[in-house]
Ligand binder design. Structure first.
Ligand SMILES: [Zn+2]
Length: 323
């Protein structure tokens, strides 16, 4: 493993912040066919990817030591790309309030987060042909492991996404907010980049750890970075492919506390109870939440406090609805 610092700055109290890359190369004499980057911690409150990064680092160090010929390509892990926010466990860069994943691709990066982003983007473009940018959800929702991609890149990204052992691949239209993200700018630069979202922020979800780790090992095998001597444990999933019109969101009509009756990852039937909104002051059930359609429950509210209009769940339809 080769460690390289790709960006750094001094803090006001003379400690140093560094953005590191951990690189693994094929044994000498072997041809490097594919190069993959794995990025985690772009949002400082999302810890799920940090654990997956740890598993990958440990796994690749073991390969390097005990089975070096199995590594046919290069792997570059960026294990914690937003150190100031991670140190505060906050989504935004402390002090500046900047979302680092909205600072990529700027013509003139003036702020410190934007300068870190510019160096990260250039480094990945130089070192990888394929990338995975790993995210967790926000404070409120827990997500089944899923790949999200913009329509225009779906044909080239879909074969990679289907190898990730996630539950879902969600293809959606472009929106302005994506234009300054890492994923968008890497794909624009022809680095095939999958954005994976799994779990919830501030937590590490046990059941997703092995699933996503196995998916990334499988992806490395599929792309020829690892050879056949490496095995993937467990049965691999065939993710459900959904377009935007197959995603049905359920919102609350009443404020209160959401008490869930359903389980993330289950196939719910139409009109099946998903939970209740309760009134904690007068002891009443304000609203019974029923699934409006049948499908895969892939997003579920974890934080109980709701206001009218809060997102409670998302269901993926197995087929596109008729126009
Ligand atoms: Zn994120």
């Amino acid at each position: 493993m080769k460690t390289e610092s790709i960006a750094s700055c001094n803090t006001p109290f003379l400690t140093r912040t560094e953005l590191l890359r951990q690189s693994f190369f094929p044994a000498e004499g072997k041809v490097s066919r594919q190069r993959m980057a794995f990025v985690t911690g772009l949002h400082g409150d999302e810890l799920e990817g940090l654990y997956v990064g740890h598993r990958l680092l440990s796994f690749l160090r073991d390969i390097e030591e005990n089975n070096p010929s199995a590594l046919k390509g290069e792997v570059h892990i960026y294990p914690a790309v937003n150190p100031p926010s991670l140190n505060h466990s906050s989504r935004l860069w402390p002090g500046l309030g900047t979302d680092m994943n909205r600072t990529f691709g700027l013509a003139r990066p003036m702020t410190l987060p934007a300068q870190f982003s510019a160096k990260l983007l250039e480094d990945i473009k130089t070192h990888a042909d394929i990338a995975v940018d790993f995210h967790a959800s926000n404070l409120h929702l827990r997500e089944l492991p899923q790949v999200r991609m913009i329509d225009k890149w779906s044909s080239s990204l879909m074969p990679l996404a289907m190898a990730t052992n996630t539950d879902l691949v969600w293809t959606h239209p472009m929106a302005d907010l994506f234009s300054a993200t890492l994923g968008y700018n890497l794909n624009k630069a022809k680095v095939a980049t999958l954005v994976i979202e799994a779990g919830i922020c501030h937590r590490i979800t046990p059941e997703f750890r092995d699933q996503v780790f196995a998916g990334l090992i499988h992806l490395m095998k599929q792309t020829g970075i690892l050879d056949e001597s490496v095995s993937v444990q467990g049965r691999l999933k065939n993710p459900l492919k959904v377009r935007a019109n197959q995603v049905v969101s359920i919102g609350s009509k009443q404020p209160g506390l959401f008490i869930s009756d359903a389980h993330l990852g289950e196939f719910v039937g139409a009109n099946q109870p998903v939970g209740n909104i309760i009134d904690p002051v007068r002891g009443e059930v304000m609203e019974e939440i029923l699934a409006p359609v049948s499908g895969l429950l892939f997003t579920l509210r974890e934080h109980p406090l709701t206001y009218a209009g809060s997102l409670l769940a998302r269901i993926a339809l197995e087929k596109e609805p008729p126009p």
